[in-house]
Write a new protein. Structure first.
Lengths: 307, 307
């Protein structure tokens, strides 16, 4: 079994109501890899970085079973850099700086050694690049999941819609689901979006949890009520990593197992937001993860006798 | 077993993105009674109405086992009237008219026949009146629950804080929990509020479900994902009615059973929002309720094997 992950590897500068960091590793594919590597090896990483991407970060990923053959290193450019500031409610953030740097020339190439990968996670990048990755896979992965964002709905909708016909699972947040479908009701939005291609839709609602839609079925996963959300950066990608990690580990793509995968993703995301960037993810032991998943069981479990 | 319910019985005029009604029965105690009467009889109602409150509404409540001895009828004044308009997201509403009418002279009196009631639901009214009801109960009910709102936090905070020391369960929405506690984090807000008195705190989050806090424990109930929220009027009171109805029916005030009660309340609220006012609640059969509760089981149920 293997999971191929495509997306950014970057550096971030983050300011939240609780603190500030000027230089911390980030990027969607980084978060996906940190989360998923707890469940499946190898992770076949596809990304691009500059000369400033620290060797120790590469080594840390390698140690966790992340294959970096598909990560292009550009010697004369800097890595993607983002600086942002979160507000108290953590749902809104201001982007202060976006330096694309090497990312302007990202043209993902799938190494031969990645062929045959059973699971594919397309992190949020230009839809045409996500499509290119799908097309490069000689054998279609058993499950293809993708993330995207409002920016591509505004600027590359045709490419996005073409890609949607090629994937199994779409993960977006509630406002993106509304924008993509033109429907305010998330139930109606889910129906419209699934007509566009993906049989499974996950709508992420941050502190309010996540919804999984498939056919006429829906599953609601809670978010763990936390003392503080210290830094939400990467939570969505960490969710994706936990979700795909569980699916790849169990090799079970049934709706029943996807429900569990959504809980695993939610558990991983609940760790991510506890410290800056992927700091907390780097510290995790398997026992921490098991205990957190048990907390999710307790969180939603109730006895019912219809009287 | 019996449940005593204190609160408004009123008429509403409601405008939502889906339609408009100029005259429909409403009021917190009305919604509580409609929901709770599916689970427990009698409901001992305490309220005040004017000459315009329709006899057929009274008869309908009586038929459902609602005791109206504690409902004062004022012959020369009109009932409480509220006119409001909801926006697309249904979380915000504009109050266009509030005619207190008879409500200015509401001074709830507990009839002798209500004494010994085991369960008490204090709907959202002036905290000093809620306190008066508690003080009139010669034997303290086994469980006292209350609702309140931001208006009383702004205008009667001392009375509210005094009342909080006398009740077991407080039900508020997320913004009210934040205002009352001065904490943005709902986990921190819950801790602060429970220091004020109530051992149990329910935070209602509308379409995002509800949280139940007790000691170090927390339970998350989903809201049912609906095609449309047609009219949210009374949903919180219907939740309270389902919650207290289940508790009174089972006579079990453990945290475990309160989790189930939160699900029952959520199920009843999910019906309430489907039509104007209490229209949908009036139509319900027991089988509808059982089926809806089963939907909630399916909504959150997942298999987990820690691997």
């Amino acid at each position: 079994m293997s999971l191929t992950v495509v997306g950014s590897m970057a550096y971030d500068a983050i300011e939240t109501p609780f603190g500030k960091t000027d230089w911390i590793v980030g990027g969607a594919a980084t978060y996906v890899a940190y989360a998923a590597s707890n469940f499946v090896k190898p992770i076949n990483q596809v990304s691009i970085v500059g000369y400033d991407f620290a060797q120790e970060e590469m080594d840390e990923l390698t140690k966790r079973g992340v294959n970096l053959e598909g990560v292009e290193v550009v010697k004369d450019k800097k890595s993607f850099f983002w600086r942002g500031r979160y507000h108290m409610d953590m749902n809104s953030r201001d982007t202060l700086v976006t330096d694309l740097n090497v990312f302007t020339e990202f043209n993902p190439r799938i190494p031969d050694s990645y062929q045959g990968s059973e699971f594919l996670m397309l992190g949020n990048i230009l839809p045409s690049l996500q499509t290119s990755v799908v097309q490069q896979m000689k054998q279609r992965p058993r499950l293809i999941a993708m993330d995207t964002m409002n920016f591509w709905m505004d600027n590359a909708l045709d490419d996005l819609k073409k890609l949607l016909t090629m994937v199994d699972v779409l993960m977006v947040n509630d406002s993106e689901a509304r924008q993509l479908s033109g429907q305010f009701s998330l139930v109606k939005a889910a129906r419209e979006i699934r007509k566009m291609g993906p049989k499974y839709l996950i709508i992420k609602k941050g502190e309010h949890g996540a919804l999984l839609f498939h056919g006429d079925q829906v599953f609601v996963a809670p978010a763990l009520p936390l003392e503080d959300v210290f830094d939400p950066t990467g939570a969505g990608d960490t969710f994706a990593g936990g979700f795909m990690g569980h699916i790849a580990n169990t090799k079970d793509i049934s709706f029943e197992n996807m429900k569990t995968a959504v809980i695993v993703g939610s558990a991983m995301a609940s760790f991510c937001v506890e410290k800056f960037g992927p700091t907390r993810l780097k510290e995790l032991k398997r026992a921490d993860i098991d205990a957190r998943i048990r907390q999710f069981v307790d969180l939603v479990n109730f006895d019912i006798q219809l009287v």
